[in-house]
Design a protein around this ligand. Structure first.
Ligand code: ATP
Length: 209
């Protein structure tokens, strides 16, 4: 599904990685590991098309993502550090906006159901600034319940979650891979799959140049 060839990224005067090549077939999870600052978020943002690499090509189903543009955006769900949650909007409104931006129309009933599945029944109509950190993260994670995107790119999705939410997210990720999806994620914990394959990629910080 996703093919990366000879990718290189610099941030400031540091080379984070060069000549990075890998393929991510369907039903595969790529676990990106590395020390703080090694370039994991940078790689994930490049894979989403949010950051332009300094060299190399990223292809989705055989076509460069730069050429696919919006057609690629529709195929990807990106879950970044900042959750993408707007504080003044309720959980329900946030998910409606996210679905509209993803050009993935979803009914209000499906959103209510996703919020209930993620343990936020009764909190749908509160502005998210009135929710705890973990509850905000759960609102963002409800997108994973609703998403039909085949490629999920998840940056530290487990932080701030309690054990129930971690277990639910693990099941959701395993279900996505079992259903033929692909996942790229950074996390400091191990993830178990029931079906499919786990690939591992460790980024080593390059010396400053
Ligand atoms: N906008 C930017 N401008 C310049 N340098 C940046 C920028 N964003 C990140 N960097 C640098 O790039 C390096 C890699 O950052 P990145 O966030 O990709 O690392 P990471 O492996 O995800 O780290 P962590 O595990 O701490 O989240 C860091 O040294 C960081 O300071």
């Amino acid at each position: 599904m996703l093919e990366v060839e000879d990718l290189a990224c610099r941030r400031g005067d540091r080379t984070l990685f060069t000549a990075l090549s890998f393929g991510l077939p369907a039903s595969t999870l790529l676990h990106v590991r590395g020390r703080n600052g090694s370039g994991k978020t940078t790689l994930l943002r490049a894979l989403c098309g949010l950051l332009r690499p300094d060299a190399g090509t990223i292809r989705w189903r055989g076509e460069a993502i730069t050429a696919l543009a919006d057609d690629y955006n529709r195929e990807v769900l990106y879950f970044g550090h900042l959750n993408g949650i707007k504080a003044d909007l309720t959980g329900q409104e946030n998910l409606r906006v996210a679905a509209t931006l993803d050009q993935d129309p979803i009914s209000d009933a499906a959103i209510t159901d996703a919020l209930a599945q993620i343990g936020l029944a009764g909190f749908e109509d509160l502005p998210t600034r009135m929710l705890s950190q973990g509850q905000k993260k759960r609102v963002a994670l409800a997108r994973l319940i609703l998403s039909k995107a085949p490629l999920w790119i998840l940056d530290e999705p487990f932080t701030a979650l309690d054990t129930d939410a971690v277990a639910l997210l693990e099941r959701r990720i395993a279900g996505h891979v079992a259903a033929g999806g692909a996942v790229v994620l950074t996390t400091h914990q191990e993830v178990q799959l029931t079906q499919g394959e786990i690939q591992r990629l460790t980024l080593e910080s390059a010396p400053s140049q």
